[in-house]
Design a protein around this ligand. Structure first.
Ligand SMILES: *Cc1c(COP(=O)(O)O)cnc(C)c1O
Length: 369
């Protein structure tokens, strides 16, 4: 069996360091925030070429606080894509603001920058591009439009730790960058976790307060805040894992290159590396109109895959109140019906990649004739 994700092998490779780091926190009893979390904030901000890092309990909380720090609330509109994980859109709704969707570019799967301007209204306050699958959105035109209309740019970098746009690390390109440390992400905690990075000291001060009940100091609640704090244990684990992130990312990139070569003549659409990108392949996504049959057959051959994501957010039951309907975002809808994520992690062996690619290739020939 070739699993879609293998968190066990990675843990076993670094077990001694992780176990030592966890025990140190247990002995220190710094269970919430504390020195490990503070050190992680500094190290991760530095990794993103940002001035400040604010650790939180999830990537969703990171997005929520970034939006609040930018002053977004009821009556405002935030432009984003419908082809993303639901959390991107949920976080906008948490603030009381309205998500306004723009379709994706079908080649990069990220926001179609040529369609942003016509979605801007008097109420628009921010653009929230998603670096989907680990490939940066086309940030230069996004920033240019944002500056022209006075909008904040918040990057959803939950899938893109270490990705680069024209040589610049994601997270520090827009005004605020948000990351998730959900276990399956490129940098994953052993539980929940998230991080916000920014160069703005005012936003930093606000977000630090908001994540900890709006306190300026203990029991002095300046803002109506939240309990979005990171655990000390997760901070310690993430510090160990951050030291391996570049090597793991290079592993993912090498594995993607191998898939690219083996699938070049398969008839499947493989990922397009945009000229501005360092793509970090959170997932390796191929496309086929026969996606569902392929997934089922691969599963019968012991190869696990994923679909990111089968239903675009504008068609999800929970978001019908936004008033969109089928046909509104044709590229997002078509992608949702065709994308298939293959096993992808640094620990995947060359032999496993070959098995996946060869099985897939033979199935494509089988299901299309
Ligand atoms: C994972 C993810 C999130 C949410 O992160 P959590 O840590 O699970 O809350 C947000 N946006 C995208 C694109 C994600 O992939």
């Amino acid at each position: 069996m070739i699993p879609f994700l293998d968190l066990k092998t990675q843990y076993l490779n670094i077990k001694d360091e992780i176990d030592t780091a966890v025990l140190k926190v247990l002995e220190s009893t710094q269970f919430i925030l504390g020195s490990e979390v503070t050190a992680l904030e500094e190290e991760f901000a530095q990794y993103c070429d940002a001035d400040y890092g604010i650790a939180v309990n999830t990537g969703t909380s990171a997005l929520h606080l970034a939006l609040l720090a930018a002053g977004i609330g009821a009556g405002d509109e935030v432009i984003t894509v419908p082809f993303t994980f639901v959390a991107t859109v949920a976080a906008i709704c948490y603030t009381g603001a309205t998500p306004v969707f723009v379709d994706i570019d079908p080649v990069s799967y990220t926001i179609d920058v040529t369609q942003i301007e016509k979605a801007i209204t008097e109420k628009t306050k921010a653009i929230l591009p998603v670096h989907l699958y680990g490939q940066p959105a086309n940030m230069e035109p996004i920033i240019e439009i944002a500056r022209r209309y006075g909008l904040t740019v918040i990057e959803d970098a939950a899938q893109a730790h270490g990705a680069e746009y024209k040589g610049q690390r994601v997270g520090s390109i827009g005004d605020i960058g948000c990351f998730s440390f959900y276990p399956g992400k490129n940098l994953g905690a052993y539980g929940e976790g998230g991080m916000i990075v920014t160069n703005n000291p005012e936003y930093t001060r606000t977000m630090r307060m908001l994540r900890d009940w709006g306190q300026e100091r203990k029991y002095h609640h300046v803002l109506k805040g939240y309990n979005y704090r990171m655990d000390g244990i997760q901070g310690a684990i993430l510090r160990v894992k951050l030291r391996y992130l570049e090597a793991w990312t290079e592993g993912r990139i090498a594995n993607a290159k191998q898939y690219d070569q083996l699938l070049a003549n398969s008839g499947l659409v493989t990922p397009t590396l945009m000229p501005y990108s360092r793509h970090v392949y959170h997932v390796y996504v191929v496309r086929s109109p026969q996606r569902d049959q392929l997934q089922q057959k691969l599963n019968e051959h012991g190869i696990q895959t994923g679909i990111h994501y089968p239903i675009p957010v504008h068609l999800l039951e929970a978001y019908q109140d936004l008033g969109y309907q089928a046909g509104d975002f044709p590229h997002a809808e078509k992608a949702a019906s065709e994308v298939l994520s293959l096993p992808m992690y640094a620990e995947l062996s060359a032999a496993q990649i070959k098995t996946v690619a060869e099985t897939l290739q033979s199935l494509v020939q089988g299901v299309t004739v």
